[in-house]
Design a protein around this ligand. Sequence first.
Ligand code: CP
Ligand code: NVA
Length: 326
Amino acid sequence: MTVDLKGRPFLKLLDFAPDENRHLLALAAELKDKKKSGARGRALDGLNIALLFEKPSTRTRCAFTVACIDEGAHPEYLGKGDIQFGKKETVADTARVLGRMFDGVEFRGFSHQTVETLAEYAGVPVWNGLTDDWHPTQFLADVLTMQEEFGDLKGQTLAYAGDGRNNVANSLMVGCAKLGMHCRIVSPEDLFPEPDLVAAVKEIASTTGGSLSVTSSVEDGVRGADAIYADVWASMGEEDLIAERIRILGAYKITEKMMALTGKPGTIFLHCLPAFHNLDTEVSAKNPDIQEVEDAVFEGPQSRVFDQAENRLHTIKAVMVATLGN
Ligand code: CP
Ligand code: NVA
């Protein structure tokens, strides 16, 4: 089947068919090889790309910026405080203005509805660089990293331990189901994913050979897993929940003991980053118990977190090239 994603927004994985996801991964691998060989691309030659950020970012911002420059486009960073967006101008009006000047728009922020509205009104491709509900470009980097490690993704098992209802968990559940992978969400019951989403994901998985399970048992959740995945316990915007999350998520911290519980010596550790794994950040120095992963695992031989971070570049580039490129 020929996959053509030209002109499409990239807002959430629910909108993309399994073949379309596989196409993006194949393109990302190709673009990665091209970059490693030293070749420069021109797939986005002469285009102007707006990068709109309500929340902070290191990887996503840098990946979009470098991907633009690698392929000949001009990226323009627009922090929320720098433009009228949301204060003196509606999202729909901002979208129509950006769409008249730019060829594509990336958005990172709070409400998922904002990125949907941007896409509805901009008239150019809009890409979701993270909202409260979804982080779809992150998922592509996560599974590209697994593909590089294990080959064919179909049948691979990924266990995510932590806040089971955040943007990263939601995206992993949907994305894994689309690709015929087995996803386990391992979290306390208070943080189980939305039942409607679980039902929708199980429905998708039933058509692809994948599966989804949700459990509060670490032993059951990680047994046989090919990858164990962690995210921060309190996402951006949830800073006032840190104490509560430390209380309910302490048992879900990724430890060497938990890695061993998979029963597979080849299990890899993944994290979207940024991560709390020592006391060397302002936040972890103030909240020493906030660590979602032991330093020994983060820095250990099973960790692939920096390959995964690099893959943000190649996968984000693939999304832009597929939806907008020549
Ligand atoms: N993983 C991720 O989205 O990182 P940033 O918040 O640094 O963009
Ligand atoms: N769940 C995290 C992901 C950061 C990349 C957050 O939203 O802050």
